[in-house]
Design a protein around this ligand. Structure first.
Ligand SMILES: [Zn+2]
Ligand SMILES: [Zn+2]
Ligand SMILES: [Zn+2]
Ligand SMILES: [Zn+2]
Ligand SMILES: [Zn+2]
Ligand SMILES: [Zn+2]
Ligand SMILES: [Zn+2]
Length: 1702
């Protein structure tokens, strides 16, 4: 650390020297005077740019407006966004990856509102192209010209300098020293670990230094790792090179002369200075631009900027960053020079990209990344297209990089080496550039633009031709393929190009000339590709249903077929555009439509679709996953627009140009089904002979589905008469027909355009209603009921699974509404004229023959000859045809003849092959077939429709008749009820099954021993398990006063406790001498109540836990799931878990969600994380009412004597000789007595087990039964757990008693009873000593050894009460007088501690904010409080403020003492099993509560009377407390002063708007690496500390292991438990210890009620306070560890994460 600080100071010194010695003189000279004044003058005179130009830091939030941004790359910085109009629009928020700048003020970037309020130009007139240089004083202009050119020249010379040992001419120092740097350079090949390891070896540095070197190399691109003479540095270089050259190319190292390094450093600083100075004036900026782009002496490419760009890939990262930043501040901010620079950039484009391919740095630090700044400006992009032929350049550069081709010139990716694959990864950025160029189609076309675009288009077609037919597959028969062929590269390419292809079509659609030319080019490209298509294939002739067609023989199942057909698909897209733009009908003479051969057009797409069908049918199983994946992506939303959708479109194109019968026959033939339908009885024979019937059935289904789609899919503008939004709406509708969906699910299901928009928001509200989420889950959209009529079962984008889910959902819906379950096709939109003839497919002879055949088969009750799906599809096709006919009838005029005559055609008897009867007759006969019950509704619908059409035709009027559905509301209500009941029953069954399953595994070990018990029904078991032992605080007879402590206490008692073991099911009574019963429990350290997180972790070996400080900085918390077991059963279970774990570890080296070595296990019943067990102990005995109870004074005196006697004896035993006079031993007090243990060995053992756990966890030490601190930790966890429970009940405004869940109630009860008995497990002397020390805080004990008692300001009084009550028994047990006055002792202790607490509160009282004084009489309490306070001031004098207002004092005392009393009541309630009074069972803090509480505790309701009534006795004690030196010290600020009442801890406040957090995080720098941005800024939700997580720089050693910042922080802030918000990821992180953690949904939601982990969607996020409260409650309930446990149990991948590195 010290070293680090030294380094920082050195850096600061150098920075200062640089400023004073080098830069200041430049500024004086430049401005001709004092720089500050000169710059201010410049700024006024020249005015700065109206562009923001803020350069983004990594992780900084950026905002884009989804309504107004020209494209998604247009972004605003936060300041501009907040001052812009867009903050009220639909915006998107992302975090910047660094680089890039704010586009505020750029008129081209925004459709509206280009400038925020801060960047709106003052006078609009200055917009005109006035030369800003003219505004500069001429002298400044001249001087800046020369300075800028000298400095820039100097910097460029040095940054591009390649010699290691020499300097450019003129810079050589007069005397060369032998001083060198060994400079290590960054590369992307070697890992951090490799570099660190190598450095440690090569330059002998520590691990820490090596980490620091590696971090700097990674950040700046280079770092000197050694300084010295040449040889010294060469040695290091040799070692580094040698040790890194083994696996890969070695790390780059240079030994550089120190003078060179110094010059380079200054060059960078000088560039930075230039960047700053030009921001003062547009004129200076313009001059720098001029200097930079001025051609140099070597002509072409010799300007300084050219030289920088062309050397970019040779420079180190730091240098690149500096000059890129300068380019952004200068050339890119100047309107005129941005254009000139863009031209230079475009001219060098090819070379820059080629350099980039060879370079191994991230694109972010390459100059090529500047393309986004230039190409996204539409005017620039079009200018570059026209003047520099940019489009062609980009595509050519791209194609040239992919050199591997097959014989046909197609790309071949399968032979790629790693090197080529890497290059392929980099070359994809070129597609990004192309996308920028094409992102907005031109508003107007110039002739030049047309030419250049078409040139580019042609080049693009060349690219597509290289893809057409790539990665062909051949069906594998016999053996499975040996190696999965490579397919991903081709699909990556396709996916990347998808938007480009779509954009090309968009461009074409805006100009009919371009469209026509593009269409021609595409067609000719296609015919070139298909030149030899039918080559060698035999021509054949097919005939069916009286029609004949010629085609050729080709079988997908036997020949090569490729899924990549981009040229065909582009043509399909353009053809649809011809229809959409009506160019086809307006200018048919310009189109080569006559040349089209529909047979050829459909051939390849059809093959592709048949391939899919065959894969579906299982015919390609032996081709492996590669093919399955390809088919998956072919249909996937990311690709389908330019793959599947276009293939379908192409079939529509072809079908609309062909005789429908011919089309169908070719389809049949390609599906290899022609023979199935061509002869009627062939099918039967075939069926008998063929094993692959199922396969063939699937093919028939797929084929019918394809026909449905070809005729029915009309929601593409151009195919059907629809708008783009209709298409989107239909997609959404069909998604929502499956089930209600969240916004993000819908977005994922829709294709995005190049602007990342789906159009969802524009239509969603019309089809769906939004349902808000609760505390969990997310908001959902539900389909509006009226839209379900538009449901189409054969929607082309449904997968099979989607389809069956949607079908079921829709049938259920109709059933619920009391409708019939037929799902007829919806009414389709009309087709566009170009596609109009498609409908004829529905009534063509071939299709009728097909339908007839299937229906004929269906007459027979199946047997494999046909399938339900087949029949369903045929019925659908019939229904579609009828709908078509009806629609035509409706729209036609009265006398018009409707040519679509399906209804009459189906009455005709079938021709060959199905000669049996007409389609209609078949349908009628099938209507009542018992085996077709499911289809009955649909057939009925069809027959009704036929009837309707018939009547319509007869009337020849256009009145519409539609099939209506009858509603029977009552029935549907009844159905719903039934369904609900059924659902509940099902849930109950599932729950039972789950419990069964959980139990069964663990029970295996016990089954043999307890066979008959397992006959019991599970219900009994469950009831027993949850309700065991729990006794709700029942109201006992009200005549008895409810008192929980002291001789008058009620309860306890002889109540028998019967409990059932969850493992063996045996019932058992809880007895001290019986079989031990235990409760699964989880113990953890906690800082939830801490008022002082800065207190360091105490040294566990030396910590004295006997006195809890009132700041409660670390406590021990115990929780339980409430499940009870026999101790022996549990032990056996735990051993089984241990063994299982051992076996598992041998098999697979992984972790579990629980750490067996630390005693962790999961509760066998509920899987709750546990790490110990609490023994169950019997209730306390009833108080002995026969004895006389001593008063406080007597008791105190006697106890004092006893303590003194004990103390003396103990000392005598340990020191041998007695130096003092032996004190008088009280009557019948047997000092040496060893009381008999009242527990069986089994119970004793369990007491010991839990004591050890509390000790081990509480102190983080190894178990040691001899340690005197063991019992203290047991008491501590009891006190702390009660305290935290009380806080929760108070803050949640729940009644003190009766509101806890049973499991918690059981836990507290057994924990308290355990604590009161745990002293028996420790040596009695130890406990006695504890008691004496505890008592000595309050009462002077005549013993010189006890001087070290803390002052009362340093002790938490509740802990003191609990400890002294619990340890008192050890003293009392020696009293053989037969007076069982232990209860009065408890009461006296309570009184004493209460008074001490009153004093403690008053001592720490502060006036705080002034509130109104109470009017009127002072009450008795107020007067007495005032009196007591006066006494305290007498003792302490001016340490205490003078307060005479009794009301205020009393108010504070009452508020402070209340939590103490409540916790004490809980404690005695559980210890003595005393039932509480009714007032405390009700919520609220009314006046009755206080009285009830005091009386329950046997205290006067005026607490001050405790003092007042015992003044003589207490006064000396109070005096002693006040005079403790510690009191004065604390009050004077010499310690931690805790004031009362202690406020409850909450998680930190979070801002409502998430972007505030992001912004905060982006300006957060790593505290260790000097001003570096943190990569994963993470916010501690407990204390608000921001951390630099998941990074080497901030690793710390904790307990001998390097851990990340979060884990380290967790140890100090949360004693091992941490809650964080990972700001960049918008994710909550829970951490427990070093090995466990999980992610939790963040409390931030977007407007659609969804979280956005990873900020992927970028919708604005707002705080959901309910969810945040839920997290807070989890924390305060100590439930974090349990949540982690469950999460890890549910998701095994979480277990594998290295949580400690976060
Ligand atoms: Zn800005
Ligand atoms: Zn702005
Ligand atoms: Zn906007
Ligand atoms: Zn048992
Ligand atoms: Zn449990
Ligand atoms: Zn913290
Ligand atoms: Zn850091």
């Amino acid at each position: 650390m010290a070293e680090h600080r030294e380094e920082q100071r050195e850096e600061q010194r150098e920075e200062l020297a640089l400023q004073l010695l080098l830069l200041a003189p430049l500024e004086w000279f430049l401005l001709g005077g004092e720089p500050a004044a000169g710059l201010a003058l410049l700024q006024q005179g020249g005015g700065a740019a109206a562009l923001c130009g803020h350069v983004f830091k990594v992780g900084e939030p950026t905002y884009s407006c989804r309504e107004c941004a020209a494209d998604p790359t247009c972004v605003l910085c936060m300041q501009c966004f907040l001052a812009s109009a867009h903050r009220h629009h639909r915006y998107r928020m992302t975090t910047s990856g660094g680089g890039g700048f704010c586009d505020c003020g750029d008129a081209e970037a925004w459709k509206t509102g280009p400038s925020c309020q801060n960047h709106t130009p003052a006078d609009q007139n200055r917009e005109t192209e006035e030369d800003p240089v003219s505004l500069l004083p001429p002298a400044v202009e001249e001087r800046s010209c020369s300075i800028f050119s000298i400095i820039l020249q100097y910097a460029v010379d040095l940054l591009t300098w390649e010699q290691e040992d020499q300097l450019p001419a003129g810079l050589e120092p007069p005397q060369r020293s032998d001083s060198y740097y060994c400079m290590l350079f960054n590369d992307e090949v070697h890992t951090y670990e490799q570099v660190i390891y190598t450095l440690q070896k090569a330059v002998n540095c520590s691990q820490k230094e090596a980490v620091s070197f590696a971090t700097t190399v990674d950040r700046d691109g280079r770092k000197s790792v050694r300084f010295g003479d040449h040889q010294f540095c060469e040695q290091a270089k040799a070692v580094i090179v040698r040790s890194t050259s083994r696996q890969s190319k070695p790390l780059r190292v240079q030994v550089m002369h120190s003078a060179l390094v110094a010059h380079q450093c200054f060059a960078l600083k000088a560039l930075g200075w230039l960047g700053q100075i030009i921001q003062y004036s547009d004129g200076l900026r313009r001059i720098l631009c001029q200097v930079g782009l001025r051609p140099g002496p070597e002509g072409e490419n010799s300007s300084l900027v050219d030289r920088l760009m062309l050397n970019d890939s040779k420079m180190w990262k730091g240098a690149r960053n500096v000059y890129h930043q300068l380019l952004m501040n200068s050339l890119l901010m100047d309107r005129k020079f941005k254009k000139l620079f863009a031209i230079r950039f475009a001219k060098n484009y090819r070379r820059l990209q080629t350099d980039f391919m060879e370079d191994d740095h991230d694109r972010l630090v390459s100059v090529t990344a500047l393309s986004v700044q230039l190409f996204t400006v539409p005017t620039l992009a079009r200018m570059l297209m026209v003047e520099e032929n940019l489009m062609m350049t980009i595509i050519r550069t791209f194609v040239d990089q992919l050199r591997h081709r097959d014989a046909q010139g197609r790309f071949q990716f399968d032979r790629y080496t790693a090197q080529q694959a890497f290059k392929f990864g980099r070359v994809q950025s070129l597609i990004g550039d192309l996308k920028y160029v094409l992102i907005s189609p031109p508003p107007q076309w110039s002739q030049q633009l047309r030419t250049k675009f078409l040139d580019g288009f042609e080049t693009f077609l060349d690219l597509l031709r290289c893809m057409q037919g790539m990665d062909p597959v051949v069906r594998q028969v016999g053996q499975h393929i040996e190696m999965e062929p490579e397919w991903e590269a081709a699909f990556t390419l396709q996916m990347k190009l998808t938007h480009i292809i779509t954009m090309m079509q968009e461009w074409c659609s805006t100009d009919e000339h371009v469209l026509i030319e593009a269409y021609k080019k595409c067609l000719s490209a296609l015919s070139q590709c298909q030149g030899g298509l039918p080559d060698g294939e035999q021509p054949i002739s097919l005939s069916l249903a009286g029609h004949t067609v010629d085609t050729f023989r080709y079988q997908v199942s036997q020949e090569k077929v490729s899924i990549h057909l981009p040229v065909c698909r582009l043509l399909a897209g353009l053809h649809v555009l011809l229809s959409k733009t009506e160019v086809a009908s307006r200018l048919p003479e310009q189109l080569p439509l006559g040349e089209l051969s529909p047979h050829l057009l459909i051939e390849l797409p059809l093959r592709c679709l048949v391939l899919c069908a065959q894969v579906h049918a299982g015919m390609w199983r032996r081709n492996g996953f590669s093919l399955i994946n390809q088919i998956y992506y072919y249909h996937n939303v990311k690709c389908r627009v330019e793959m599947f959708d276009k293939d379908l479109a192409m079939l529509q194109v072809g079908a609309s140009m062909m005789d429908p019968n011919h089309f169908l026959m070719i389809v049949l033939s390609r599906f290899e089904l022609f023979h199935t339908f061509s002869a009627a009885d062939l099918r039967r024979r075939y069926r008998e002979a063929n094993k692959d019937l199922a396969q063939q059935n699937t093919l028939i289904e797929e084929m019918l589905h394809l026909i449905i789609m070809v005729v029915g899919e009309r929601y593409v503008p151009g195919v059907g008469q629809v708008e783009l939004l209709d298409e989107v709406r239909r997609e959404i509708l069909h998604q929502l027909c499956i089930r209600p969906m969240a916004h993000s699910e819908l977005v994922k299901a829709l294709p995005e355009n190049g602007n990342k928009e789906t159009g969802l928001e524009r239509v969603i509200d019309s089809v769906a209603s939004f349902r808000k989420p609760g505390v969990t889950g997310r908001g959902l959209y539900e389909l509006r009921p009226e839209w379900s009529k538009r449901f189409d079962l054969y929607f082309h984008h449904y997968s099979r699974a989607d389809q069956s889910k949607a079908e079921e959902a829709q049938r259920n819906l109709r059933r619920q509404n009391g409708e019939d379950t037929a799902l007829p096709p919806p009414r389709p939109p009309p087709l566009c004229p170009l596609f109009g003839s498609l409908v004829n497919l529905l009534q063509c002879d071939a299709l009728l023959a097909l339908e007839g055949a299937v229906l004929q088969w269906a007459v027979e009750p199946s047997g494999g000859g046909w399938t339900e799906s087949m029949l369903q599809r045929v019925l659908h096709l019939v229904a579609m045809a009828l709908l078509e006919e009806q629609q035509q009838l409706e729209s036609s005029g009265a006398d018009e003849d409707v040519s679509f005559t399906f209804s009459t055609r189906i009455t005709r008897p079938g021709e060959a092959p199905s000669t049996s009867g007409s389609v209609l007759a078949l349908l009628e006969s099938l209507q009542n077939a018992p085996h077709l019950e499911v289809h009955k509704d649909m057939i009925t619908w069809i027959l009704k429709m036929v009837g309707n059409i018939k009547t319509t035709r007869e009337r020849t009027s256009g009145s519409s008749v539609s099939v209506s559905h009858g509603r029977r509301p009552e029935e549907s209500v009844r159905d719903k009820d039934k369904a609900e009941r059924k659902r509940k029953a099902e849930m109950a069954r599932l729950r039972r099954e789950k419990v069964m399953a959980q139990m069964s595994e663990m029970q295996k070990h016990f089954i043999n021993e307890n066979k008959e018990l397992f006959q019991q029904s599970m219900e009994d078991l469950e009831a027993a398990a949850t309700a065991t032992e729990h006794s709700p605080p029942s109201l006992e007879p009200t005549c008895v006063a409810h008192i929980c402590v002291g001789p008058m206490r009620v309860g306890g008692a002889e109540r028998r406790q019967l409990v059932t073991c969850i493992l063996c099911q045996e019932e058992q009574e809880v007895r001290g001498h019986g079989r031990a019963m235990v409760l699964a429990a989880f113990i953890q350290r906690s800082t939830v109540l801490s008022k002082n997180r800065s207190r360091g972790i105490p040294d566990p070996e030396r910590l004295d836990p006997l006195f809890m400080h009132p700041d409660l900085s670390v406590g021990v918390h115990t929780a339980s799931c409430g499940h009870i077991m026999h101790a022996t059963c549990w032990q056996r279970y735990f051993e089984a878990v241990q063994q299982k774990e051992q076996r598992r570890q041998q098999r697979l080296r992984g972790h579990t969600s629980y750490d067996v070595e630390n005693g962790e296990f999961l509760c066998p019943l509920c899987e709750c994380l546990s790490n110990t067990v609490i023994p169950l102990l019997p209730h306390a005995c009833s108080p002995d009412r026969s004895v006389e109870h001593p008063c406080l004074e007597t008791w105190l005196k006697r106890t004092n004597q006893q303590a003194a006697a004990l103390g003396f004896t103990h000392r005598k035993q340990s020191h041998g000789a007695a130096q003092q006079v032996e004190p008088a031993v009280p009557d019948r007090f047997r000092v040496g007595f060893d009381p008999q243990n009242s527990f069986s060995s089994g119970v004793g053992e369990m007491i010991n087990t839990f004591s050890m756990s509390a000790y081990k966890v509480g102190l983080k030490v190894n178990p040691n039964e001899q340690d005197p601190r063991v019992p203290v930790l047991s008491w501590s966890t009891c006190a702390y757990t009660l305290q935290s429970t009380e806080r929760l009940l108070m803050d949640e405004k729940k009644p003190l008693f009766g509101s806890l869940p049973c499991r918690q109630d059981d836990c507290l009860s057994s924990l308290t009873r355990f604590s009161s008995a745990c002293w028996t497990a420790a040596p009695i002397r130890t406990v006695q000593n504890h008691f004496i020390r505890l008592l000595s805080v309050l009462v002077p004990i005549p013993d010189s050894q006890l001087e070290d008692a803390p002052c009362i300001l340093d002790v938490d009084m509740f802990h003191l009460l609990v400890y002294s009550v619990l340890s008192y028994s050890s003293l009392h047990s020696l009293d053989q007088s037969g007076r069982r006055s232990v209860d009065s002792a408890h009461l006296h202790l309570l009184h004493l501690v209460t008074v001490a607490h009153l004093v403690q509160v008053l001592l720490t009282f502060t006036t705080g904010e002034l509130s109104m004084d109470q009017d009127g009489e002072e009450s008795e309490e107020e007067q007495l409080t005032c009196q007591l306070y006066g006494r305290l001031r007498d003792h302490l004098g001016r340490c205490l403020p003078d307060i005479s207002c009794g009301w205020r004092l009393w108010r504070c005392v009452r508020a402070s003492v209340l939590p103490f009393l409540r916790t004490a009541a809980l404690f005695f309630h559980y210890m003595n099993s005393a039932s509480p009074p009714a007032d405390l069972l009700a919520a609220g803090t009314g006046p009755g509560q206080w009285e009830a509480l005091c009386s329950y505790l046997s205290l006067p309701s005026n607490l001050l009377l405790l003092y007042q009534n015992q003044r003589t006795l207490l006064e000396p004690l109070i005096h002693r407390w006040c005079c403790h030196p510690g009191v004065g010290q604390v009050l004077h600020g010499g310690g931690v002063l805790v004031r009362f009442p202690r406020e409850s801890n909450r998680l930190i406040d979070l801002p409502e708007d998430y972007s505030i957090l992001i912004n905060q995080a982006s300006s957060f720098t790593c505290p260790r690496s000097g001003g570096d941005k943190s990569r994963a800024p993470t916010l501690c939700l407990v204390c608000g500390c921001m951390l630099c997580s998941q990074s080497y720089c901030c690793q710390t050693e904790v307990e001998g292991e390097d851990v990340g910042a979060c884990t380290a922080h967790t140890f100090t802030c949360g004693a091992g438990i941490g809650l964080f918000l990972r700001v960049r990821e918008s994710q909550v992180l829970f951490v427990a210890g070093k090995t466990k953690g999980c992610f939790y949904p963040p409390p931030y939601l977007d407007d659609y009620g969804e979280t956005d982990p990873g900020l992927k969607r970028g919708n604005p996020l707002h705080l959901c306070s309910e969810r945040y409260q839920k997290i807070e409650r989890l924390w305060r309930q100590h439930g974090i560890a349990e949540v982690i446990g469950h999460a890890q149990e549910a998701n095994q991948t979480l277990v594998a994460i290295d949580w400690q590195h976060l």
